[in-house]
Design a protein around this ligand. Sequence first.
Ligand SMILES: [Zn+2]
Length: 304
Amino acid sequence: MPLSLRRLSAAASLTCCLVLAPTTVALHPALAATPVPAAAPAPPDALTWHTDGPDVAEAPVAASQGSGPELAVSGSTAYRLNLNPDSTVVRWDACRPIHYRLNLAAQPDALGDVQTALQEITAASGLIFVHDGPSTEIPQAHGAQAESPLLIAMATAEGPFASELLAEASPHTLGIAGWGAARTGADEDAQHWQITSAYVVINAASELRPGSGAGLSASRVRVLMHEVAHAVGLSHVSDRHQVMYPVTAGQAAVWGPGDLAGLARVGTSAGCIGQQPPAATVPVDPWQLFWDWLLSLLRAWLGI
Ligand SMILES: [Zn+2]
């Protein structure tokens, strides 16, 4: 069963660093620049949760020995999307802002990095994020029930900020994200699938390095960019030059060309969901209006 078919469950198959990265990719075999079916037909109006990750830091060189066969790098335009049961791309309605809340209690200094990551998503996709304020909720294995559609939380595997998602994952896990898609719309004939809620969990116990630059450890902004990109619909790729590669080390927080192409497919360039395009406006000819009015008067006078 594909990873994305697991309902309300975390993906716990990636348990260690670089060694198991090929396993994760194998769960998404059709790496391509085209959308890949990943969602099973769901009952109408059901909220289907999809969880990506856990995403891990690259292990020390010694630990990466013994990795499986290298997968072919797919090229610089690699990105992966998911498809709804009706074959549309899994994404938010790009014509409405995405409201989000933050739970930074476990790592209050992360605010600037969260804002930077969201700005990077906006710059690449056109999606607008609106901050609704703080939250005390931490996403768990069943998803999130946040007051706002998107919840971004700093959490740990245990303690007062515990998330089951991290507790069930490898201690190398840096972050996990998930989205829930539902069929929306009052009219049965005009319903459309779209993401209605999502969450991002960042492991506050991991040694993420604040900021966007390259360094010896993983950039917190890069990890946030990766997880929020999951939350707007992107999946993992096997091209290690993309932010959506499931393993990171000390790279700078800079989108790869495949990331940018994928974010464009889920952003404003993809258009609205479930909204009719504005009717084309036809220029009004004032003389035509005058003659129409005159003709109507003439017909009234003649009684025809
Ligand atoms: Zn990931």
